[in-house]
Design a protein around this ligand. Structure first.
Ligand SMILES: [Zn+2]
Length: 92
């Protein structure tokens, strides 16, 4: 799924992750970088959609707006080791 998240949004999302806060309000983030209340709202909104395609479209729009994190996106934000790239393909 191609998601084009603007730099400005990425910076805001990274800051919320650093602080451990929900992307929508100032409560503690529990899932997908949302607090329990906003995560429930997100899930309820997704449930109402008629097809998998509509769900993917919805998620893409929400991610591009920085209102939710992708399922594995937190790993990408947190697992950013600047030097990991140098270790790739290096043998003894
Ligand atoms: Zn919230």
């Amino acid at each position: 799924m191609e998601v084009n998240i603007p730099r400005k949004v990425r910076l805001r999302v990274a800051e919320r992750i650093r602080l451990g806060l929900c992307l929508v309000c100032d409560s503690k983030a529990v899932k997908r970088q949302l607090c329990q209340c906003h995560y429930d709202q997100y899930i309820n909104a997704v449930k109402c959609l008629p097809s998998k395609k509509a769900k993917l479209h919805f998620e893409r729009r929400a991610r591009e707006a920085g209102d939710v994190l992708g399922a594995y996106e937190l790993r990408e934000y947190k697992g950013t080791n600047r030097f990991a790239k140098y270790a790739k393909g290096v043998s003894e």
